[in-house]
Design a protein around this ligand. Sequence first.
Ligand SMILES: Nc1ncnc2c1ncn2[C@@H]1O[C@H](COP(=O)(O)OP(=O)(O)O)[C@@H](O)[C@H]1O
Ligand SMILES: [Mg+2]
Length: 245
Amino acid sequence: MNAVIRLENVEVCYDGSRAVAPTDLEFADGSFTSLLGPTGCGKSTLLNAIAGFVTPSSGRVLMGGAPVTGPGPDRGVVFQHYALLPWFTARGNVEFALKRFGLPRKERRERAAESLDAVGLADAAEKYPSQLSGGMRQRVALARALAAEPQVLLMDEPFGALDAITRARMQQLLRELWQRTRTTVVFVTHDVDEALALSQRVIVMAAGPGRVIADHQVADRPEPQPGEPRLHPLHPRIVAQLGTK
Ligand SMILES: Nc1ncnc2c1ncn2[C@@H]1O[C@H](COP(=O)(O)OP(=O)(O)O)[C@@H](O)[C@H]1O
Ligand SMILES: [Mg+2]
């Protein structure tokens, strides 16, 4: 595997209590992987260790072979709550995020316009977050992450706060963007259907403390035709592994 991210024996403790048990994982360049598991099983902690927001208590995270010591422009992050700055427009939010990479103003403008266009927000670029719907705000957050052209996109339950229809649209948009850019995606969710709809690989985690209990390759399948079962063939197995209904 041409691994872009490698976790070597990564363990995370908060104040002596273990959130993630020692874990080895690799993520292939250009792949789309979901981390799936119930609330509290350590998904965000693992993602934050890759993002560089959390330092492992032992073990290490490697990006392209180099140890991660903090956040970096090679890793874009999208959270459930968009964390947009209310006093900037959509364009302003994306441009501001690019500022810390030292890009000249003209290039920041161009990249912001391109990435807002890519998420379908070209016409809303001059709107403020308060003037945008939840789905549009999350598109801005996605544009902001993509504008830096990161090698890896880390997403923590990004569509969790959206209504079902908006969520389905955002899933489709993300799939299209991924197919176009082949950015490596690590996507955290507690929703089995979402994980199976989006990913090539589903890593199942369980609490007690955070550990990987299964690692599935997901075969691409065409949209189910009317009359065909909508559930992905892997669905029942994963539900059984999660021990829930
Ligand atoms: N900043 C923190 N300080 C202390 N404990 C935390 C912190 N963040 C998460 N935890 C604990 O670590 C465990 C894993 O949490 P988290 O990674 O947020 O799980 P998930 O994202 O799967 O819901 C939980 O028991 C949670 O209470
Ligand atoms: Mg979480």
